[in-house]
Design a protein around this ligand. Structure first.
Ligand SMILES: [Zn+2]
Length: 162
C-alpha cells in the first residue's frame, strides 16, 4: 500500500444516514486538500463523524480538518465517534483541535510487555469518566496472551480532554 502512494494519501469519505442524522466515516490520510466539504453539507443534528479509519494526519491536514469543522453550521452539534489514535494524539497536543465537537468514544494504544503485542482499544468516554478524576487508562488484557497490557502513551496528556 505504501509504494504507489495512492492508498496512503487518499482520504475516503463515506456519508450515510442513521435515523435523522448524518454519519460521515473518514478513513485514510487527512492532508491539505482532503475532500471534507461533506461536513458542511450534512443535514440534521448531531453530525456524527466516525474517525476509526483515520491512519494519519499532516499539519496541513490539521488546518484543513479544523477549517472543515468550523464550516459546519453552528446549529449542528458535532460528535466524534471511535476516534483513532493518530487523531487522539492531535487532540492531546493541539488546543481546541476538536473545536466544539464532543468525543463519544476513542481508541487508546496498549502494549503487552509479555508478548510484545500492540493493540488499539476502543474506550467509551462515559465509561472512562465513571471512575473518579483524574481519568486514567482502564485496565486492559492483551488480546493475544491475556496478560495485562500497558497503556502506551502519556496518560495525563492523552486523557486530559475529558
Ligand atoms: Zn500479550
Amino acid at each position: 500500500m505504501n509504494d504507489a502512494g495512492q492508498a496512503t494519501t487518499a482520504l475516503s469519505v463515506e456519508v450515510s444516514r442513521e435515523g435523522g442524522i448524518t454519519v460521515i466515516a473518514l478513513s485514510g490520510f487527512i492532508d491539505a486538500g482532503a475532500p471534507l466539504t461533506a461536513l458542511a453539507e450534512a443535514t440534521g443534528s448531531p453530525l456524527v463523524l466516525d474517525l476509526a479509519g483515520v491512519r494519519r494526519i499532516s499539519s496541513f491536514g490539521v488546518s484543513a480538518f479544523m477549517d472543515a469543522l468550523r464550516d459546519v453550521p453552528t446549529e449542528t452539534s458535532i460528535v466524534w465517534r471511535r476516534v483513532s489514535v493518530p487523531l487522539m494524539l492531535q487532540v492531546s497536543m493541539i488546543e481546541n483541535f476538536n473545536g466544539r465537537a464532543s468525543i463519544e468514544s476513542f481508541h487508546a494504544p496498549y502494549y503487552c510487555a509479555t508478548c510484545g503485542h500492540e493493540q488499539h482499544c476502543l474506550l467509551e468516554v462515559e465509561a472512562v469518566k465513571a471512575a473518579p478524576a483524574p481519568y486514567r487508562a482502564p485496565a486492559v488484557a492483551c488480546a493475544q496472551c491475556g496478560r495485562p497490557a500497558t497503556f502506551d502513551e502519556l496518560e495525563a496528556d492523552y486523557f486530559a480532554f475529558l
